[in-house]
Design a protein around this ligand. Structure first.
Ligand code: SAH
Length: 225
């Protein structure tokens, strides 16, 4: 069913859009709420952002399915539930300055942009970063800035950040990024190489606390040349 509706979207417009809206609603209900995400602002953002516009056309029929999708250059857009879970873990209220490492398609940045004040996103693969930057601009996500660069360095000119989210997995959370986290800030990230855990780090003064959330599978966070 989902496959047929999505194909319709590719060939028509008005009716297809409402099909996409229905698929998005089902995604939120069955994949995200069902698994325990309750933050209403996060659920609203997941219902709002048009995920199918962030992926290559050959996988558009799978846009709202319960798995990651290829976005080119060997990279992937995360499974919708993982995007929602990581966003919920960020505890956004709308006033935060957020750093994302791994812009990829720009989808996670779009979700964050609806929930925070300003989003700074770094992508190491130039064509992905450029594409996401122009897509986000075209779609009116005006509070997102995309930089092509190495996320291991963070974005020192704009630090500190109230929240930092990594969507590629470093072997260990880089100290540079913890240093760029504001007091009272939260960092959410996968950590590890083959075995990866989703972790949440809180910074309170000199105290750093780390919580392990669940096992995950992300693309590796690579080093720039
Ligand atoms: N948030 C993205 C998910 C992209 S997958 C989305 O919503 O689509 C992770 C991304 O991290 C990939 O695009 C990969 O190129 C990028 N990446 C890997 N190592 C990086 C690094 N050191 N700095 C910045 N981006 C990096």
């Amino acid at each position: 069913m989902a496959f047929i509706s999505a194909l319709c979207m590719a060939s028509c417009c008005g009716k297809g859009e409402s099909n996409m809206e229905r698929l998005r609603e089902l995604m939120v209900k069955n994949q995200i709420e069902e698994r325990g995400v309750t933050d209403q602002r996060v659920l609203h953002a997941m219902r709002t952002v048009e995920r199918h516009l962030f992926i290559p056309s050959h996988v558009i029929s799978e846009a709202y399915n319960d798995h990651p999708l290829p976005i080119g250059h060997g990279q992937t857009i995360s499974q919708p539930y993982i995007v929602a879970l990581m966003t919920e873990l960020c505890e956004l209220r709308g006033v935060e300055k957020v750093l994302e490492v791994g812009t990829g398609s720009g989808y996670q940045a779009a979700i964050l942009s609806l929930l925070a004040k300003k989003v700074y996103s770094i992508e190491i693969v130039e064509p992905l970063g450029k594409n996401a930057r122009s897509l986000l601009k075209k779609m009116g996500y005006d509070n997102v800035e995309v930089r092509i660069g190495d996320g291991y360095k963070g974005w020192p000119e704009e630090a500190p950040f109230d929240r930092i989210i990594l969507t590629a997995s470093p072997p260990v959370i880089p100290q540079t990024l913890i240093d760029q986290l504001a007091d009272g800030g939260i960092l959410v990230s996968p950590e590890g190489e083959f075995m990866q855990e989703l972790v949440r780090i809180r910074k309170n003064g000199d105290r750093i606390t780390k919580e392990s959330i669940t096992y995950v599978r992300f693309v590796p966070m690579v080093h720039g040349r």
